[in-house]
Write a protein that binds this ligand. Structure first.
Ligand SMILES: [Zn+2]
Length: 183
């Protein structure tokens, strides 16, 4: 199976709708959360002396999350994040995008973790329920369950129910996974 197909599978598994498929990238959407996955070509290190060229080429104004899939995702993600800062300082370009690193050797696990964090960061954009949750660990009043879903976890090899709970008063957000393990 091609890497891009594995990536598509993983996002579909999490309920995302795939909007665009290219050879080296996809765009997907879950409710109002828009993400892009960039499969960086082997041995390629990006170089954009003008950060606005990067913003345009990676379509960063159009997405809330960029997943960088590579053999060395951290150096490339760092470079992109620095360039996003330069775009802000030099050109006053404000972007609402976060960058997530995915090591190609741990593709499915890293994607799963990255998606978990992106969903947690953007719970307002993906919210699909509003229910009373567990007590807030800080103030003790009930948290609000804002997202609930079910998916097959590659990391745990099991179906999992996931919940995002929020206490807006304390600014606490928790992502909870309940595994359906059979003994
Ligand atoms: Zn609280």
């Amino acid at each position: 199976m091609k890497i891009i197909d594995k990536i598509i599978d993983e996002f579909r598994n999490r309920g995302f709708k795939i909007i665009i498929i290219r050879d080296d990238s996809i765009k997907a959407r879950l409710n109002r959360l828009k993400v892009k996955v960039w499969l960086v070509p082997d041995d390629y290190f990006p170089w954009w002396p003008n950060p606005l060229d990067m913003v345009e080429e990676l379509e960063l104004t159009d997405v809330n999350a960029l997943f960088v899939v590579s053999e060395r995702p951290y150096v490339i993600s760092d470079y992109i994040v620095n360039n996003i800062s330069r775009a802000r300082y030099w050109f006053n370009k404000e972007l609402n995008v976060r960058v997530y690193s995915v090591n190609i050797d741990r593709l499915e696990e890293d994607l799963e973790d990255g998606i978990n964090i992106a969903l947690t960061n953007h719970y307002r954009e993906i919210s699909n329920v509003s229910l009373m949750g567990m007590a807030c660990p800080n103030c003790g009043s009930p948290m609000v369950t804002v997202y609930s879903s079910r998916y097959f976890s590659r990391r745990w090899g099991s179906w999992a129910n996931e919940y995002i709970e929020v206490c807006e008063k304390c600014n606490i957000i928790s992502h909870k996974l309940v595994l359906n393990l059979k003994s």
